[in-house]
Design a protein around this ligand. Structure first.
Ligand SMILES: [Zn+2]
Ligand SMILES: [Zn+2]
Length: 225
């Protein structure tokens, strides 16, 4: 009897917590629609740890001064799965999904997952970069269009160091992809997180968590529907 009562109580507790979270998101969205403040939603995909979403929210608040909200985790649609070189999810499809499901009152969405993600790497003429077998399905840290309402970042290729370093890498990649959404191109400054990673994690470790003055001036707060 006691065990049953305990189960019911904890279920009630988690329902209450979810209800409070939903109400606070609705209240936040309602209050944002009348202000000129930028709101970034964090969309974790199933299995993504809460402590990591917190650190991403902190970085976005600190470096861009935007308001953030964290959404309930959702599964990655299985139709985005490919196994061309290895098991991955297509980042372009994930970005489109995040754009489509972006709540009203939210300006940008940053998706976070632990699964490997990929895109097709193209040259300036939009042709697949050579060798095609290498770049047709190219594993990446994150992807964000310039400009765009959504980006996605995966821990799969960046979590190979110690905990503190991993979190710093995750924050830098999230700030970088959100930077593209805000209209910022790659930056030649060696001490700016908008520097092109150039296919290596070493570049990300090398730059500070810093946005140079040139890039700061290029921030454009687009309003997407
Ligand atoms: Zn980039
Ligand atoms: Zn810069």
């Amino acid at each position: 009897m006691n065990a049953i009562r305990f189960v019911n109580y904890s279920r009630f507790n988690s329902m209450l917590k979810n209800l409070i979270k939903t109400i606070s998101i609705i209240l936040l969205l309602a209050s944002c629609s009348s202000q000129d403040e930028v709101v970034v939603a964090i969309q974790p995909f199933k299995g993504f740890p809460t402590e990591l979403t917190d650190s991403v929210e902190n970085a976005i608040q600190r470096f861009y001064g935007f308001q953030t909200i964290c959404m309930q985790p959702v599964p990655i649609p299985e139709s985005y799965f490919v196994n061309i070189k290895s098991p991955r999810y297509r980042a372009d499809s994930l970005i489109r999904y995040l754009k489509k499901t972006k709540p009203k009152g939210v300006d940008f969405v940053t998706g976070l997952c632990m699964q490997d993600i990929s895109t097709t790497k193209r040259d300036k003429f939009r042709r697949i970069k050579k060798p095609e077998s290498k770049y047709r399905d190219w594993g990446i840290f994150g992807l964000g269009y310039r400009p765009g309402p959504s980006c996605v970042v995966s821990t799969f290729r960046i979590f190979s160091a110690g905990k503190a370093k991993n979190i710093k890498r995750l924050q830098k990649v999230c700030l970088h992809e959100l930077g593209h959404n805000l209209g910022i191109p790659h930056c030649p400054d060696a001490d700016c997180f908008m520097r092109d990673a150039n296919e290596t994690i070493k570049t990300i470790d090398f730059v500070e968590v810093n946005l140079c003055v040139n890039c700061q001036a290029r921030i454009h707060k687009f309003r997407f529907q």
